[in-house]
Design a binder for this molecule. Structure first.
Ligand code: FES
Length: 126
């Protein structure tokens, strides 16, 4: 299995690792088959713009590269734009993933969706 240069670079020096304190929303997903877990936390301002995004991923190189790339892509987006982010957009930015590693990028798409849902649920409670 071959990883693209971009995946290797992103995996070797991932951006946005960690957790946001007092996050506006947090999404955590896992893949039962490989056992990998990804958590994405978001800081969202009053205009629904994502000011910051961080991730914690216990998973393979592709999952770490996908979370780094996905968080990097959504910073500056509105939550509606972030909801439209597809795993294939992340894969494209990573210059491809091996077929058996596509599910790793799906975790990033799902974690973002859950984090936005969490944010919306918290907001309606206020
Ligand atoms: Fe499951 Fe990568 S092998 S997330």
């Amino acid at each position: 299995m071959e990883y693209s240069k971009k995946v290797m670079e992103t995996f070797a020096s991932p951006k946005h690792v960690g957790t946001i304190e007092n996050a506006s929303g947090v999404g955590k997903v896992g893949n039962p088959t490989c056992g990998d877990i990804m958590e994405i936390s978001l800081l969202i301002d009053d205009n629904e713009v994502i000011k910051d995004a961080k991730f914690k991923t216990f998973g393979c190189a592709a999952a770490i590269a996908s979370s780094s790339m996905a968080t990097d892509m959504i910073i500056g987006m509105t939550v509606d734009q972030a909801l439209k982010l597809k795993n294939k957009d992340v894969v494209e930015k990573l210059e491809g993933l091996p077929p058996q590693k596509i599910h790793c990028s799906v975790l990033a798409e799902e974690a973002i969706k859950l984090a936005v849902e969490d944010y919306r649920a918290k907001k309606t409670k206020k």
